[in-house]
Write a protein that binds this ligand. Sequence first.
Ligand code: PMP
Length: 444
Amino acid sequence: LKENNARQMWHPMAHPGDQAAHPPKIITRAAGVRITDIDDHAVIDAVGGLWCVNLGYSNDVVKQSIADQLFELPYYSAFAGSSNPPAIEAAHAVQAFFAEDGIERVFFTSGGSDSVETCLRLARQYHRLRGEPTRTKFISLKKGYHGTHFGGASVNGNNRFRINYEPLLPGCYHLPAPYPYRNPFNETDPARLAQLIAQAFEDEIAFQGAETIAALIVEPILGAGGVIVPDASFMPLMREICDRHGILMISDEVITGFGRTGDWSGARHWGVKPDMMSTAKGITSGYFPVGAALISGKVAEVFETSKPAEGTISHGYTYSAHPVGAAAVVACLSETLRLDTKANAAARGTQLFDGVRKLAEKHGLIGDVRGGHGLMTGIELVSDRAQKTPLDGTTVKRIHEAVYEAGAMVRMSGHNFLMSPPLTITEDEVNSVLGALDTGFASV
Ligand code: PMP
């Protein structure tokens, strides 16, 4: 396995020619919150797979449900004109999680990028159905991450993920992120920064013409961009502007949905009801690839009251409402409720956030610590605190490896460490992660 590790398989987000020099870690087994590599080194998975393993790796209820469903009905298409029992149950369960957010309908996909794409497409179709076909453009945030499909990449706010694939979807515009540590306004006050971004949004709408804009897509807490938590006024400001100009608001909850932030949705922290939500990850805790686009009553009504000739959704996936995936959703969500993972995410998230802030008093390499809403924590590494100079990649990698050796897997993203452990993590396990970080920082 080690010999072939970097041969046939190209690894996502990696340089194929670099794989031999930096072979990807081979993870062979996992239990609870721990993963074990091919050399039998076990660590706490403070990444939660990829922000998704909310229930940890040992949930037998989910495993058994998947196995049972494989023997009952392993697959049938739900493309048009067919359905299956677990998919019906899963839609019911998902809607219940987000009823408080105004969500009424569920469109199943195969993952987060598919869910984003579904929301973007439905946004355009919604406006066409309402007799406003000129509303085709999308607005999003710099540092936002919305997956890898062409639509998602177009609204992506990180040039690195767009540059090689131009020309992307025309008519996509990016506002500054609510990131007080670095922003083009040099504004460190989060509330004033929110005002400035709201003004930039208004300016963009005035420039483009409101009648050309389909939707705003935002993460309620930016994940891959570095765990950026906006000021409490930010999302309400965005919602109000969208409403005033007839623009739909899509909340990308692929990471933040299903409890990770300490509530069932990220939008709920800010008291806003989005028109659509893209979800995935925690919907099955990584046990099966599933996503879902969630649709509010306002949007659903336009589709459901239109004539089939216009309102038919000409969009779907071979694996939309996959019965085994749907069985995973049903089991995962019932376990999520039984274990009350959102409560643990809130408590352990505070512990992790406070713990990292304490480490920052000791280690000058920690420039900024972000989080405070559940189990999403970001650490920005700098070589000079006053200048905010990003720490060089070689040192970041060395610390990352030292943290791994000391017992925790964290996510390296540029000069940031990001953490999103399983929502089932215990107090002692959070302390172990903090200990591994401490050792890692002390090693350079
Ligand atoms: N949106 C957000 C906010 C995400 O974090 C991600 C994945 N990290 C995606 C979309 C894409 O999801 P997937 O990788 O499952 O396609």
